[in-house]
Write a protein that binds this ligand. Structure first.
Ligand SMILES: Cc1ncc(C[n+]2csc(CCOP(=O)(O)OP(=O)(O)O)c2C)c(N)n1
Ligand SMILES: [Mg+2]
Length: 329
């Protein structure tokens, strides 16, 4: 792990514990969702972010509850970090009436306006322009200390909408944080086959935007980088681009046979996953004991088990409500 800029961070044991429990919760949530999918209880597809837990949790830990956020199609960790009710999110994944989107959105559309989650998006790159709209609201209403985060992936970084959004946010000086999760693959295609220069921070240069980057498997590095970048944005300096480097251990979606990469490559990254790394860091620095970590694991397990039980007991939407809430009025 990196040497942390803010030494006092390591004294805040509650904060460190929260980060760990949240990353474990994301991991167990996805494990359960995967299992429920196998039981035929999940409709549509689902994208898991095993190995990317530090990006969602570290980034959102640096945001306020009121900050806006647009999640990706791989956004379970982003939503959990931002504070969505986990029971309602699991109910949504099982398409239940009490889900975050009343059972009509599913894994790829989790919304929770009370926690600033403006939605997740299956259309790659679409988060950029939507974030510009939310940030324009912040600007026109003179709302202090508020940003809008647009998450997107390395593959999505080639979408025209992202480039148009970065240009617009820059020229209008909008408080957008473009957070690029570089997991090095877009479906089965490695980054170096779709771009000649894999240094994605350079995407900020033509738009005059300040770029940051961090080890996206180091949750404290992610947190500190996003915190610093957020301070820059709320000071009125305009948008930023943050590139978080990580690795997707899970397949792209439910139908991925992992034929485009070797078992050795996946194993290499499993051993360097964000939860294992944070655990080793906490133990080596004598911040927590093995028993403490086991208690955190049990706490996360309970949160997810409760969510599964809750969701399974919830009613399914009724056919009479099919058209309700589908179109904006
Ligand atoms: C506009 C658009 N084009 C193509 C797709 C199909 N698609 C879904 S996910 C994906 C790969 C995205 O890669 P990346 O942005 O790196 O995100 P990751 O899946 O790695 O998290 C593609 C091509 C889509 N959903 N939207
Ligand atoms: Mg990717």
């Amino acid at each position: 792990m990196e040497k942390h800029k803010d030494g006092s961070l390591l004294e805040n044991k509650q904060f460190l514990k929260d980060l760990m429990v949240r990353m474990m919760t994301v991991n167990k949530f996805e494990e359960s969702a995967f299992w429920l999918f196998g039981q035929g209880l999940v409709y549509g597809t689902m994208h898991l972010g095993v190995g990317e837990e530090a990006t969602g949790i570290g980034t959102t830990a640096a945001l306020t509850k009121e900050d806006y956020m647009l999640a990706t199609h791989r956004g379970h960790g982003q939503a959990i970090g931002k504070g969505v009710d986990i029971n309602s999110m699991m109910a949504e994944i099982l398409a239940r009436e009490t889900g975050t989107n009343r059972g009509k959105g599913g894994s790829m559309h989790i919304c929770d306006f009370d926690n600033g989650i403006l939605g997740a998006n299956g259309i790659l790159g679409a988060n950029g322009p939507i974030a510009c709209g939310a940030a324009l609201t912040i600007k026109l209403k003179n709302i202090p200390n508020r940003v809008c985060v647009a998450f997107f992936g390395d593959g999505s970084s080639n979408e025209g909408a992202i480039h148009e959004a970065m240009n617009l946010a820059s020229v209008w000086n909008l408080p957008v944080m473009f957070v690029l999760i570089n997991n090095t693959y877009g479906m089965s295609t490695p980054l170096n086959r779709v771009v000649k220069d894999t240094d994605l921070t350079k995407r900020a240069i033509p738009y005059g935007i300040k770029a940051y980057e961090c080890d996206g498997n180091d949750v404290l590095a992610v947190y500190e980088t996003v915190k610093e970048a957020r301070e820059y944005v709320v000071a009125g300096n305009g948008p930023v681009l943050i590139v978080e480097h990580t690795y997707r251990i899970s397949g792209h979606s439910k139908s991925d046979g992992n034929l485009y990469r070797s078992k050795e490559e996946i194993q290499y990254w499993k051993e360097r996953g964000p939860i294992i790394r944070f655990k080793d860091f906490l133990l080596q620095n004598n911040i927590f004991t093995d028993d403490d970590i086991a208690a955190m694991d049990a706490e996360a397990e309970q949160i997810v088990q409760n969510a599964v039980e809750y969701a399974k007991a919830q009613p399914q939407p009724v056919v009479e409500d099919l058209e309700a809430d589908v179109y904006a009025k």
